[in-house]
Design a protein around this ligand. Structure first.
Ligand code: TTP
Ligand code: MN
Ligand code: MN
Ligand code: MN
Length: 390
């Protein structure tokens, strides 16, 4: 008897922070389908379902090879009955009816394009949808009361929905570095978020700003923002003050997704590079390749074709004593972060945030000056940023 190919059963740990999840993986057909359902659950404010689908997706991303048959899923964590049903259908028919129906539904499409407006969350988008609005141009025409973020979100809708490239992130890094050095020599900036995980594009650019001497970072951000504004580099900004306090009893509130750092959510005005080969060409030749979506009218309302691009940038200031926690917290992915906090709470009786790690049993903060130390405190194997793409 010929020995057939050995069935190799893959085992994976239950928490995403115990697994290595690369950027490139072998199951994109399945993960893209399940992400549609995750997104739709989010639009329906069904957080349980949203997270269940996202956990299933992250398990598939961590697999060393493509799933070919249902047996390949044996023993894997986080694959619920619903996810398995969708996977089975795709393996058998090449597509899932539920996913197709969702993609075609008016509600999903409207929620997708309305939540794509910066400053618009699921609640607002849902209200608008129920009032009959389906896309950004409907919102613009409807005379809705919009806050400043939403106004900017509409005005720069196309740019903000065009992926930011690594090259653009690098240009912005140099701008931020220059301004920060001018305001406080010796301060340091660190690129975080998706770009630190090795992504080649992102929806924004995330930076941490710190200074090796504790306390020197105080009051830095307003000065950085005002210098950026003076130089005409900001289209929008909202700065929030630091509101973090340590107490003997540990973190004042259960750690939530939102941290309390001094921060600035902004929109940069980024010059588009000119094509250096033909300096004689008129300026608009420089952006010939820019995509012209159906909704481009919105941006064109604002004026002529632009030689700049609006780019979302997050600036976060951290005291150096919290830097490692901030770095870990702002590197993502969002699911990886969520799973780290869940691991800390459920398995270690600790509270992890982007500011600190608190041991609830011993009633003390666990200090760390590197991400490696935090993983060690948590009893986890260190996972480098490029393998945190859960
Ligand atoms: P994002 O910038 O939203 O996501 P990303 O950089 O992973 O992906 P993209 O390329 O699309 O930009 O968030 C980055 C990390 O920052 C994410 O892990 C969550 C964290 N974060 C906080 O810790 N606090 C916050 O208030 C926000 C908004 C994000
Ligand atoms: Mn949004
Ligand atoms: Mn980001
Ligand atoms: Mn961000």
């Amino acid at each position: 008897l010929e020995p057939g190919p050995k069935a190799v059963m893959i085992t994976l740990n239950g928490y995403a922070c115990q697994r290595r999840t690369p950027l490139q993986h072998h199951n994109t057909v399945l993960t893209e389908a399940l992400l549609v359902l995750a997104e739709n659950a989010e639009f329906c404010e069904d957080e349980g379902r949203n997270i269940a689908f996202k956990r299933a997706v992250s398990v598939l991303k961590a697999l060393p090879q493509a799933v070919r048959k249902m047996g390949d899923l044996q023993g894997l964590p986080c694959l619920g009955e619903h996810s398995q049903r969708v996977i089975k259908e795709i393996l058998e028919d090449g597509k899932s009816r539920e996913v197709e129906t969702t993609l075609q539904s008016e509600q999903y499409q409207a929620m997708k394009s309305l939540t794509g407006i910066f400053g618009v969350g699921v609640k607002t988008a849902d209200r608008w949808f129920r009032e009959g609005l389906q896309q950004p141009s409907d919102v613009a025409r409807s005379g809705q009361r919009l806050n400043h973020a939403q106004q900017a979100g509409l005005q720069y809708y196309n740019d903000l929905n065009t992926p930011v490239t690594k090259a653009e992130a690098d240009v912005i890094s140099r701008i931020v570095e220059g301004v920060v050095q001018e305001v406080l020599p010796g301060a340091e900036i660190t690129l975080t978020g998706g770009f630190r995980r090795g992504k080649q594009t992102g929806h924004d650019v995330d930076f941490l700003i710190s200074h090796p001497e504790e306390g020197r970072e105080e009051g830095l951000l307003p000065k950085v923002v005002s210098l950026l504004e003076t130089q005409g580099l900001l289209l929008y900004q909202k700065t929030t003050r630091n509101s973090y306090l340590e107490t003997k009893e540990g973190p004042a509130r259960p750690p939530s997704n939102m941290d309390r750092f001094e921060r600035c959510f902004s929109i940069f005005k980024l010059e588009r590079p000119r094509h250096s080969t033909s300096p004689e060409e008129p300026p608009q030749a420089a952006c010939e390749e820019s995509p012209r979506g159906e909704d481009s009218a919105l941006e064109q309302l604002a004026g002529e074709r632009q030689d700049w691009k609006a780019v979302r940038v997050d600036l976060v200031v951290t005291p150096v004593s919290q830097f490692a926690f901030a770095l870990l917290g702002w590197t993502g992915s969002q699911l990886f972060e969520r799973e780290l906090r869940r691991w800390a709470g459920q398995e270690k009786n600790m509270s992890l945030s982007s500011h600190a790690l608190f041991d609830n049993k011993r009633k003390q903060y666990l200090r760390a000056s590197s991400e490696e130390e935090i993983f060690a405190h948590l009893g986890l194997e260190y996972i480098p940023p490029c393998e945190r793409n859960a």
